[in-house]
Design a protein around this ligand. Structure first.
Ligand SMILES: Cc1ncc(COP(=O)(O)O)c(C=O)c1O
Length: 381
C-alpha cells in the first residue's frame, strides 16, 4: 500500500504510460524543430498541454506556462532570474529546500538579505507577522502554498495582496497544491507560480513548470537552441521560448497531458475532497492513541492530504521500516527536505513519519494503516 503521494503520486492513471508509449512509438519527433507532420504533432501536443494546464489552474494564456524539469528548476529560474545583488527577499519559516537552498545560495553569491516570516508552533502563519516582515520592503516574496511536512495551506491570496501592497513580486511554491486543491492563479494574482508534474498533477517525474504572469520578465537560467529566432546570438525575448532551451521532455509532457486531462475530467474539487477525507479519517482514528503525536492543523481545519506523526521512543525511520516490512505499507520518514518546517514545529531532531494520500487510496487502506500504527504504538507502552 502506497502512502507517499507527497513525494510522488503513485500509481499513475493508466492513460499516462499509454500516452507516453504512444508518443515514443508512433510520433517520436522533437517539437519546435521540424516542419514535417510528426514534428508538428509534437508542437501541437506541447501547446495542448500548456492549454490544459491553463484551464486547470485558471491561467489566461498558453505562453504564461514554461515547462521545466520539476518545481525545483522552476523556483531556481524565478529566484535567480529576479534577485539582484543586495536585494531583500521575504519568505516563510516552513519552506522546502527547493526554495530555501536557492535563497541561501543567493545570500552567499549575491549578498541577498533573507527576511523570514515566522510561524506558530503548529505551523500557522499569522498575517500580522507577514505584514511586519513585508512592510520592511523587498524585491521578492516567496510563499509555500501548502506545507509538505505540516499539511497546512497558507492564505496565499492575502499574502500576495500584502506583498504587492509593499512593492514585492510574488513567487508561489505550488508543488504540493497544483492538482491537489482547487486553484485560480488569475484570482490569486501571484507573479510566478512553480509547480511539479509528478505529485498532485499525477504525471511523470521530470515534468513541471513555472507560470509567469503577463509583463513579468526573468533573466534566463540557461541559454541555447529553441528552434526559433535561430539567427540571433541571444535568447528570444518572448516566453515560453526564452526559458525553454534545448529539446524539451516531450515524452514526459505527453504523460503530463494525459494526467491533466484525467484530473480535469474527475475535477480537482472531487480529488481534493477525497484525499482530505481520507487523511481526516486517519486523524480521527489516531488522535487519542497513546504514544502517537500528530502534527499540524486539527481534524476540523483545512489541510492537504498529508499527516506528519511520531510514535513515542521510536524514530520515524524505524516506524517506516516496520510499516514496510511487516505490513507492506510505504510511508516516508525523516525531514522531507524541509528542515525549516521541522524547526518550526519542534521536530528537527527526529523528523516525522509522513503519511500522504492520493486519488487511488481507499478508506479500507486507511483503516488498515491506522490499525498498523496503533499496533506499533501499543508495543511501546
Ligand atoms: C513544498 C515543496 N516544494 C518543492 C518541492 C520540490 O519538488 P520537485 O522535487 O518536483 O522539484 C517539493 C517536493 O517534495 C515540495 O514538497
Amino acid at each position: 500500500m502506497y502512502f507517499d503521494n507527497a513525494a510522488t503520486s503513485y500509481p499513475k492513471p493508466d492513460c499516462v504510460p499509454e500516452q507516453m508509449v504512444h508518443y515514443i512509438k508512433n510520433i517520436g519527433a522533437s517539437p519546435g524543430r521540424g516542419t514535417y507532420a510528426a514534428a508538428l504533432e509534437g508542437d501541437q501536443l506541447l501547446y495542448d498541454t500548456r492549454k490544459a494546464i491553463c484551464r486547470l489552474l485558471h491561467i489566461s494564456r498558453a505562453s504564461n506556462v514554461v515547462f521545466t524539469a520539476n518545481s525545483t528548476e522552476a523556483i531556481n529560474l524565478a529566484v535567480k532570474g529576479i534577485l539582484q545583488p543586495e536585494d531583500c527577499v521575504a519568505t516563510t519559516a516552513i519552506e522546502h529546500n527547493a526554495v530555501w537552498r536557492p535563497l541561501k545560495k543567493m545570500e552567499q553569491s549575491h549578498r541577498v538579505h533573507i527576511r523570514t516570516i515566522g510561524v506558530s508552533s503548529d505551523g500557522t502563519l499569522d498575517l500580522a507577522e507577514a505584514k511586519r516582515v513585508l512592510s520592511q520592503g523587498c524585491r521578492l516574496a516567496v510563499f509555500i502554498h501548502g506545507s509538505n511536512v505540516i499539511g497546512n495551506i497558507l492564505p496565499v491570496q492575502e499574502l500576495t495582496d500584502l506583498a504587492h501592497q509593499y512593492g514585492a513580486l510574488v513567487l508561489l511554491d505550488a508543488s504540493q497544491t497544483a492538482g491537489a486543491i482547487p486553484m485560480d492563479l488569475t484570482e490569486i494574482g501571484a507573479d510566478f507560480v512553480a509547480f511539479t508534474g509528478h505529485k498532485g498533477l499525477m504525471g511523470p517525474t521530470g515534468t513541471g513548470g513555472l507560470y509567469i504572469k503577463d509583463g513579468c520578465v526573468l533573466d534566463t537560467l540557461k541559454e541555447g537552441g529553441t528552434g526559433s529566432m535561430s539567427v540571433s546570438p541571444y535568447s528570444p525575448e518572448d516566453p515560453p521560448d526564452r526559458y525553454e532551451v534545448g529539446t524539451v521532455n516531450i515524452i514526459g509532457i505527453a504523460g503530463l497531458y494525459a494526467s491533466v486531462k484525467y484530473i480535469s475530467e474527475i475535477g480537482v474539487d472531487k480529488i481534493c475532497k477525497q484525499e482530505q477525507q481520507l487523511i481526516k479519517r486517519l486523524m480521527v482514528s489516531l488522535q487519542d492513541v497513546e504514544n502517537i503525536t500528530l502534527y499540524g492543523p486539527g481534524e476540523k481545519e483545512e489541510r492537504l492530504g498529508l499527516l506528519s506523526l511520531n510514535i513515542k521512543d521510536m524514530t520515524p525511520y524505524d516506524a517506516a521500516k516496520i510499516l514496510d516490512q511487516k505490513y507492506g505499507m510505504m510511508a516516508r520518514a525523516g525531514l522531507h527536505c524541509s528542515p525549516q518546517a521541522h524547526r518550526a514545529i519542534g521536530t528537527i531532531q527526529t523528523g516525522t513519519l509522513r503519511i500522504s494520500t492520493g486519488w487511488f487510496n481507499t478508506e479500507a487502506e486507511i483503516d488498515q494503516l491506522a490499525q498498523a500504527l496503533m499496533e506499533i504504538a501499543k508495543e511501546r507502552v
